[in-house]
Design a protein around this ligand. Structure first.
Ligand SMILES: [Zn+2]
Length: 324
């Protein structure tokens, strides 16, 4: 909470009140805060770092997007790290220094995740980022890498059956979203009905993978990767498809390098690793980030998760926002 005071003083120093209009747009466009929306056209999406006040709240804006012709901000609630897309016209914002950002709980989470190096011995770097939380239970994360196969709906239905409204983090690639409109609608319907609470994790846009290339030179380590394009492109695609990106980013294959980790944290995202990759024999402990794939490509991980879901000592499922 220390950061709130300087931010409040900063806001008072601004000469204008809530701006009320940006490019002629009144503060009337809807807030896209529910994590899911309908499909919308996005014509720009760029990084910013702004301290914002409005709607009786303080937020940090990390992106500005033009959605359906209206400027929106991707706002982060700085203590909880929850995100929402809000019309820019409803907020009064000013440039935020990196140093001030670093003093917020959000900034601390970005830095802590970037400092978690994973296993640098598996060069250049494997499993960087946050892998365990303080809370009991587990953080269930499921990856949606590009796939021709359909979403593994049965396991998600099982999970919602055992824990109605279960917190689930889906690490979604832009390439998966572009190919799975029907599955995405099925997921949104689970959220609307309250069966699942989904945190949408950025899993890169193209999620390139070349068969036969060693893991430590594959994925985003392939030549020609532009990290910013992968990160922002995935967000752009998420917003176009009606889902609100969270502050979390997971590297494809968990493969990264110090430079890639820096690129993620420069864009103010929290790198997410895994403590228990079920298909690789990982055993969840209390506080583990559990990793499984629900894109039709990881039968062994699914079988392991099915067994866990029916064990009385597994869970509860924690909200990813409680990880940092
Ligand atoms: Zn993946």
């Amino acid at each position: 909470m220390r950061w709130l005071l300087p931010l409040a003083a900063f806001a008072l120093a601004l000469t204008s009140g809530p701006s009320g209009a940006v490019d002629g747009m009144a503060c009337s466009a809807p807030s896209l805060a529910q994590g899911i929306t309908s499909r919308r056209s996005v014509t720009s999406h760029e990084p910013v770092l702004l301290a914002c006040t409005g709607r009786s709240a303080q937020r940090i804006a990390i992106r500005r997007s033009v959605i359906g012709g209206t400027p929106y901000l991707l706002l982060v609630e700085p203590a909880r790290l929850a995100t929402s897309l809000e019309p820019e016209a409803c907020w009064t914002c000013s440039a935020m220094a990196e140093q001030r950002m670093s003093q917020t709980p959000f900034g601390a989470a970005v830095a802590r995740a970037a400092a978690a190096k994973g296993f640098p011995s598996r060069a250049p770097s494997f499993n960087a980022g946050l892998t365990r939380g303080q809370a009991g239970g587990v953080f269930l994360t499921a990856d949606l890498c590009p796939s021709r196969r359909p979403l593994d709906r049965a396991i998600l239905t099982d999970i919602a059956g055992r824990w109605p409204g279960a917190a689930l983090a889906l690490a979604v690639s832009g390439a998966w979203l572009r190919r799975h409109a029907v599955d995405l609608e099925w997921l949104k319907e689970r959220v609307r009905r309250g069966d699942l609470t989904i945190t949408w994790v950025n899993h890169s846009d193209r999620h390139r993978y070349v068969p036969g290339v060693a893991q430590d030179r594959n994925f985003m380590l392939l030549p020609g990767t532009v990290p910013e394009a992968e990160i922002l492109g995935a967000e752009w695609t998420m917003i176009e498809h009606g889902i609100v990106p969270s502050v979390f980013f997971r590297f494809p294959g968990l493969a990264s390098s110090p430079d890639l980790v820096s690129a993620v944290s420069r864009l103010h995202l929290v790198v997410l690793g895994a403590d228990a990759w079920l298909a690789l024999g990982g055993r969840p402990r209390h506080g583990s980030v559990v990793l499984v794939h629900v894109n039709g490509n990881e039968e062994s991980g699914l079988r392991a998760l099915e067994r866990l879901v029916h064990r009385p000592d597994f869970g509860p499922l924690q909200d990813l926002h409680d990880l940092p």
